[in-house]
Structure formats: C-alpha cells, structure tokens
Design a protein around this ligand. Structure first.
Ligand code: PEP
Ligand code: CA
Length: 413
C-alpha cells in the first residue's frame, strides 16, 4: 500500500504547538498526537519541542521507516522494538520520548484499521495486559475537581483534589455522579463568594486553603447523599517534588504556601494524618519528592487512620525498573502509568505487567498538556485498571477521553 504521511503542528490544551501525524486510508483519515506534562519528573523520557521533534524525525529517518514497515506490517510490538533500538540512551535523549510515542501510537492506529479491529482490542491481543478488574466498568475514575499547585491555584499545596466514586459503578454511573457533583460544587463556590476559573486539567481554581478545598469537596459529595469512604473517597496528588524547600537527603523540607510554613518529613506526615482524620482521604500520589527516600521510608510505618493508596508518579516515571524497585521497597502500592513518560506502547504495557507481577495496582493517567487524541481511553479499556485519571469532566481534551470510554462501554466502537 502506498501511503502518504503528513506531519504538521496542531495546538495542545495549553495553547502551544505539538505535532500531529496523519494519513488517509480508504477515504478514512487516521491521525495521532501525544501529550506532555507540566510537573515533569526528572526520570521521564525527554519531550522535544516541535522544531526539535522534526529534527529528530529527520535524523532518525522515521517517516521512511514507517513507510517501509507499513508494507511489511510487523506487529505494533515489533514496530516499537525498532523505535526503542534506534536510541538506547536512558531517557530517549536523542530521539525524544514524545517522538517515539507519536510514531508508536500512529502505527498501532493504522495497524488496527488495517486489521479491522478497534484499537483497545488490538492492544489486548498484542500485549496481553493483566486484567486488573473483570470488566471496564469496575475501573474507578478519579475526577480532578480542583486544580492546585502548578496546575491552578499555586497557593495550594496539593496539585490535584480528586474524587473517586466507590462501589463498582459502571463508567456511565460514575460520570453521571461527576456531572451532579460538578453542578453542586459550582453552586457551593457561588454561595461562598468564590469566583472561579478552570485549571489545566478542567478542575476549578479559586482562592482557598487546602483545608477549605477539602471541606467544600466533602460538602459537595455529601450534599448528593454520598457516604464518605463507602460511596466516595478523596485522592490527592501532592506532586511533592514541586514543594521542596531544602534537598538534604537526611532531612528534606517542604514549603506549604497557604500556611507560609516550612515543614520537615515528620511535619508533613503529621499534616497528612491530621487531614486524613478529618476528611475521607484514601490516596496520596507522590507524597514526597522523587529523591526523598527517607520521606518515603518513614511514611511506610507512620500511624494512619486507614489503609492508604500510595502512588508513585514522579517517583517511578512509568519505568519498569524503577517501578519494580519502588514496589519492592514497599514505598508504593499503586503506580501511575503515563505512556509519554516512557515513550512507546510496548514499554507502557511492560510497565503495567511489572506492576502486576509486583502485586501493586495501576492508575492510567493523562497529562496536563493534552490534545483531543483518545488513545489513552483505549489503553484504559485494554486492561481495566483499578484507577484511571483523565481530569475533570470539562475542557474538550478531557471530555473527549471520557466520551471515548462511554462509546467503548456501550460497545459502539
Ligand atoms: C500529574 O502530575 O499526575 C499530571 C497529570 O500532571 P502533569 O502532566 O503536569 O505531570
Ligand atoms: Ca502526579
């Protein structure tokens, strides 16, 4: 098949340019684009600008490789292997993790079109992902209702205030609750004279302290008649690397802006405990900076009001080796999976398999700078993860991903 590829800049959700790759087969346009982050960990695959990406695509002759391979049609796993071998540097410094992911996702989409099977079914067949749940509907969606830190109100210590609806609800039931909660929450903001905007991931931004946000979330959820910890729970992304005050390995300190206070690891753990006693918080993502081993170590044995879901993101960077180490050190019992942190679908699924082998659960995650591409929803549908976070239900690039899940759940795809 003689295909023509087009590579051109499009906008991402932050009003910046990123690349889209597309082709037309049998009058059907197939395209791919990939996200990048704002609070980026140091262990992630590097993300190139548009200019650097085009340069890497030329240097590595990627369009020709793509063209040739689409005539031979190796599996997406074999195609990714070729991409991975082109640049053996640890963080894809030569080729760019966003460049490899763009080609990896694009190839998988074209392949799925040629094989006449939906992308999520193809991913299941190619990568045999472990099924974390028996069906897609059992995945708990974590709706990011309030955006703090670098994603919104920078006076907030927590970057993401997420609500998960518990009790094995279908995806549509969870999304319906999120619709009701959004309505109620906006009303509460108005009643409390909070003028608000929308943050990077569709969550609300307004003047408040971390405690005030948690109180409003609790009032919003309980106003819907939901019981804390049985019907709903709060999951926080601390993204603690963003708040490091001193980087002393024996005693990291962190700055809490709303309190205008510097705390050490013990002080931070005490605050987490105090909050978890007051509010139905079950999840802490990156509660300590990615290199604060002492913090992670101490948190393991710190007294707590209930079991926590402790998630690595900057800590683990979707890197199979680091996920294994962090799980074996018992720092985490859950891990964020972000395809662009590692750079190909093959390595993404490898990370998912490692998490499963280490008996920890996964959270499949979007990034703060997204496009309308919905390949992430297909990864969610391919492995029914325990959790998935796709932002709040507003902002087009987030709603598109929820809508694709709705379509998949209704078997429209
Ligand atoms: C996150 O920190 O989990 C996140 C999704 O944001 P970003 O893409 O900025 O890393
Ligand atoms: Ca995070």
């Amino acid at each position: 098949m003689d295909l023509t590829f087009k590579l051109y800049p499009i906008l991402n959700s932050q009003g910046e340019f990123t690349l889209e790759l597309s082709t037309v087969i049998e009058n059907t346009r197939i395209s791919a684009s990939v996200p990048t982050g704002t609070s980026v960990g140091t262990k992630e695959a590097v993300s190139f600008s548009v200019v650097q990406s085009i340069d890497a695509i030329k240097r590595y002759n990627l369009l020709n490789i793509l063209k040739n391979k689409l005539t031979e049609l190796p599996t997406p796993r074999e195609f990714d292997e070729i991409l991975i071998n082109l640049d053996p540097s640890p963080n894809k410094q030569g080729i760019g993790g966003n460049v490899t992911l763009l080609f990896s996702v694009f190839y998988a989409k074209v392949y799925s079109f040629m094989m006449r099977i939906p992308l999520y079914k193809l991913l299941t067949e190619v990568y045999y992902p472990p099924l974390f749940n028996t069906r897609l509907g059992e995945t708990v969606l974590l709706f990011n209702l309030v955006n703090g830190g670098r994603h919104g109100n920078s006076r907030l210590f927590f970057q993401e205030f997420k609500i998960g609806f518990l009790g094995k609800k279908t995806l549509m039931e969870q999304i319906q609750l999120a619709v009701l909660l959004n309505k109620r929450f906006k009303r509460l903001l108005k009643e409390n004279n909070k003028s608000y905007g929308i943050g990077l991931e569709g969550g609300y931004i307004f003047e408040a302290t971390d405690e005030e946000v948690l109180e409003l979330l609790q009032r919003g959820a309980e106003g819907l008649g939901l019981q804390p910890l049985s019907d709903y729970a709060i999951f926080l992304d601390v993204a603690a690397s963003e708040h490091v005050h001193t980087e002393d390995p024996q005693n990291y300190t962190y700055y809490i802006p709303a309190k205008e206070k510097i705390v050490d690891v013990n002080g931070l753990i005490d605050w987490y405990t105090e909050l978890a006693k007051k509010f139905p918080i079950v999840g802490f993502e990156d509660p300590f900076a990615e290199n604060d081993n002492l913090g992670w170590e101490k948190f393991k044995t710190a007294p707590r009001p209930r079991q926590y879901i402790i998630t690595g993101d900057d800590l683990t960077a979707t890197n199979p080796t680091i996920i294994k180490e962090s799980a074996q050190a018992k720092y985490i019992n859950n891990v964020i999976i972000k395809p662009n942190q590692i750079g190909t679908l093959k390595e993404t699924f490898q990370a998912i398999h490692i998490a499963n082998n280490e008996h920890i659960t996964i959270t499949i995650s979007h990034r703060s700078r997204e496009t309308n591409d919905t390949f992430l929803s297909h990864i969610v549908a391919a492995c029914n993860p325990t959790y998935a976070k796709l932002g709040n239900i507003v902002r087009g690039e987030r709603t598109e991903k929820y809508n694709e899940l709705i379509r998949i759940e209704r078997e429209l795809i």
